[in-house]
Ligand binder design. Structure first.
Ligand code: S3P
Ligand code: PEP
Length: 428
């Protein structure tokens, strides 16, 4: 098990074009390449554990992958292969849920599994609606927990109204709908990240989204992808919080997706009084540009209770800004945090309490009374976002973090970048 010590730092000015590539988009690049009959070209693919596991699965399904160190060329097989082994999604909920939808309609037998954290996460949210349209999926707790066994077959078209705003559920259903026996519709309570719709549309799929998403089944292979994956705003956000809390600091995060469903946490920082500027530079599949964040005095407390799916992954890091803010901050309607890689409500609160911050949890969120962060020893709970959030808290008071191996799942060069603004030490 790896440990990390982060030292308190002084004002920094950091222009960063090395933030990890977007995880959501990278998963989809690997998977969606299988929907074409020609090679897809993917530059800047995220080389982290989660997305490399997805790429391995795509290879086990018969794709050939050439890698020149910068660009991946993913050539789909003429016919998808039934794998002779289990498909390991590692730590990734996105991989497991999207593959459920993808494989349910593909002839063959597939077993999806993952690490001990993923095998605890609820899968009923995808296995239930998929089963309702004819999918054959089984797993522990009547199909709720991995390992999941899928026997792919023809699926029926559907009209599904989801009770949760989840891009993973939506994407699983869209992937199933692409091979269903007629047009399908999908509704969600509030728009969740929409990379699947944008990318599949860019590949020529007939997907319309207004209040309701309408998906036509594909009658021929889609166009291949030709894409440069932008930087991940969720990864960049750790450095945004760093600039927001260390007096006199400034950061520029370059070439990041500016998709509105992904940058809401930056909008909240702005609401807290931090100076945040977005500069769009191009638009292909997604708007892409730079985000600059400048310290602007002590941030102010804020209440976050809507568009939760637009900032769900950033809430642990945002809680660090809330912990140093003037006044009280409240997070509501965020019960989804409890079923991520860890129970992120309990882990955030336990970590902040260890740092001497007054805070308390509720079923759907937490309340944080802004104060002064003290040195502490924090357990990451095996969760990359908890580990990196408290590493950022360490910029204000030396912090020791237990079990940081999980950072590899989404942001392998995090410590290298953090090392540019402070002293870091790791040991086993
Ligand atoms: O579709 C995606 O790429 C993701 C969707 C979100 O999960 P939910 O769909 O469970 O909200 C998010 O938390 C996850 O990190 C990535
Ligand atoms: C929740 C996350 O990812 P996933 O659901 O893919 O494991 C995350 O990266 O914060």
């Amino acid at each position: 098990m790896k440990w990390l010590k982060v030292k308190k730092t002084e004002a920094f000015d950091f222009v960063c074009d090395k933030i990890a590539s977007d995880k959501s988009i990278s998963h989809r690049c690997a998977m969606f390449a299988l929907l074409s009959d020609r090679p897809s070209h993917v530059r800047n693919f995220l080389r982290a554990e989660d997305t490399l596991n997805t790429l391995e699965i795509v290879k086990k399904l018969g794709a050939e992958v050439e890698d020149d160190g910068f660009e991946l060329t993913i050539t789909p097989p003429e016919e998808m292969r039934e794998p002779d082994d289990v498909l390991d999604c590692g730590n990734s909920g996105t991989a497991m849920r999207l593959f459920c939808g993808f494989l349910s309609a593909l002839p063959g037998h597939y077993v999806l599994t993952g690490d001990k954290y993923l095998r605890r996460r609820p899968m009923k949210r995808v296995t239930k609606p998929l089963t309702q349209i004819g999918a054959k999926i089984d797993g522990r707790e009547a199909g709720n927990l991995a390992p999941l066994c899928i026997r792919g077959q023809e699926l029926q078209s559907f009209q599904y109204e989801s009770t949760i705003a989840s891009a993973q559920v939506k994407s699983a259903m869209i992937l199933a709908a692409l091979r269903a026996d007629g047009p399908s519709t999908y509704r969600e309570p509030e728009l969740s990240r929409d990379h699947t719709e944008r990318m599949l549309r860019g590949m020529g799929a007939n997907i319309e989204s207004w209040d309701t998403i309408t998906i036509e089944p594909i009658r021929k292979p889609l166009e291949p992808l030709d894409i440069m994956v932008p930087a991940d705003p969720s990864s960049g956000f750790f450095f945004a919080v760093a600039a927001a809390i260390v007096p006199g600091s400034h950061v520029v995060i370059r070439n990041v997706t500016l998709n509105p469903t992904r940058i809401e946490a930056y909008q909240v920082l702005k609401k807290m009084g931090v100076k945040v500027v977005f500069e769009e530079k191009e638009n292909r599949y997604e708007p892409i540009g730079d985000i600059s964040v400048t310290y602007n005095g002590r941030p102010k407390g804020v209440e976050v209770n809507e568009r939760i799916s637009w900032l769900i992954d950033e809430l642990p890091a945002l809680s660090i800004a809330m912990a140093v803010a003037e006044g009280e901050s409240i997070v509501r309607n965020a019960e989804e945090l409890r079923v991520k890689e860890s129970d992120r409500i309990s882990c955030v609160i336990a970590g902040l309490q260890a740092c001497g911050i007054a805070c308390s949890e509720r079923e759907d969120g937490y309340t944080i009374q802004g104060g002064k962060i003290h040195s502490a020893q924090i357990d990451s709970c095996g969760d990359h976002r908890i580990a990196m959030s408290f590493a950022i808290a360490g910029l204000l008071a030396d912090m020791t973090i237990k079990d940081i191996d999980c950072i590899e799942t989404s942001f392998p060069n995090f410590l290298e970048l953090l090392g540019a603004i402070t002293e870091v030490e790791t040991w086993k």
